[in-house]
Design a binder for this molecule. Structure first.
Ligand SMILES: [Zn+2]
Length: 338
């Protein structure tokens, strides 16, 4: 099987809007916003936004890259442009379906009206869809460290605009704010017909994976890096057929795992837990999805045949199930032509 992963028709289920910005766009917007940054020193400038070799491998350091990024999304025009570029970059990497997640509260805090957030996101997506062969789903992120009312208003927003591309909710940021704090909000979202994913077992223990599945009804888990650390999290994920959204490079950069060879993806596969391969933050991590498939293949030893299986199985767990058949067809057609 031809393993030139760049050409494979791929699916990315875990990609953050802010973490996917192009460095040239960042530079242009930072200058426009007159942010106090080292413009004359490219290396130092890039280090503010991207993980570099000498960075400490911790989530705190990783998240520090987002502090400036958030300041760049000044209005709805910028939001539309960024959305377009993020989807375009995915399309140029032969991603055929991407779920882009955004942080509702941070966009609101920039003073962008709710209807303009949705309009701008869709404007960017529609333009990219006109130019490229790609489909998109939007995941609305709840900032878990904020008061419960913020989570309520994020879910209300997601429900209100679910006919305009929002397909799911997610819990983002500080994992110490555990899943059990958000039962009410997830019940509401799911009752309305939204899908559910949760960042869990990345910066905290496996109990967050268990509670995300059992208490919040999460159909997928973001990262799940600590799934084998106990609490029967692996068995719960297996019993519920919960897909783990693996983000290989990101997990090393954030210190979720200490070494890429310790990534649990192969353990999950052996057990039969559904897994997918995703980027998380291609801008901040300076990677592409193609890159992540190479890591899976060359570093973790997953065969091209098994990677094709992962890809087909990923299509079964997307939050726009009406596209599953089309995506599987595209994948099979590609491999039949090889
Ligand atoms: Zn993430």
């Amino acid at each position: 099987m031809n393993n030139s992963f760049y050409h494979w028709p791929k699916i990315d289920l875990h990609r953050h809007l802010e973490g996917s910005m192009r460095i040239e766009t960042i530079r242009e917007l930072a200058m426009r916003e007159k942010l106090d940054l080292p413009y004359g020193d490219e290396e130092a400038f890039n280090a503010e936004f991207r993980v570099i070799e000498s960075d400490e491998r911790t989530l705190v350091r990783f998240i520090s890259k987002f502090i400036w990024l958030r300041k760049l999304i000044a209005d709805k025009e910028v939001l539309a442009r960024l959305t377009y570029e993020v989807v375009e970059d995915a399309a140029l990497d032969n991603v055929k379906y991407v779920e882009v997640r955004f942080n509702h509260y941070h966009l609101m805090k920039r003073g962008i009206a709710e209807e303009d957030i949705v309009k701008a996101l869709n404007e960017g997506i529609d333009l990219a869809r006109k130019r490229y062969d790609i489909e998109v789903g939007l995941i609305c992120g709840i900032s878990r460290e904020l008061p419960a009312e913020c989570a309520d208003s994020t879910v209300d927003f997601a429900v209100r605009y679910m006919d305009q591309g929002i397909v799911a909710v997610d819990l983002m940021n500080d994992e110490r704010y555990a899943p059990e704090l958000f039962v009410r909000q997830y019940e509401k979202a799911r009752a309305a017909g939204l899908h559910a994913t949760v960042h869990a077992g990345e910066a905290a223990g496996p109990i967050n994976i268990v509670n995300a599945i059992q208490l919040l009804g999460a159909e997928r888990i973001g990262h799940g890096s600590h799934i084998f650390w106990g609490e029967d999290a692996d068995k719960v994920a297996l019993d519920h057929n919960t897909m783990i959204e693996c983000c290989l490079s990101s997990n090393v950069q954030t210190g979720a795992i200490s070494d890429i060879h310790e990534h649990p993806i192969n353990g999950m596969r052996e057990l039969g837990i559904p897994v997918s391969i995703n980027t998380d933050d291609p801008g901040v991590s300076d990677i592409s999805l193609t890159n992540e498939y190479h890591v899976a293949s060359e570093v973790l030893g997953i065969s091209p045949e098994a990677l094709k299986g992962i890809l087909l199985n990923t299509a079964d767990h997307i939050f726009r199930p009406e596209l599953t058949g089309m995506l599987k067809n595209k994948i099979e057609t590609y491999f039949n032509q090889q």
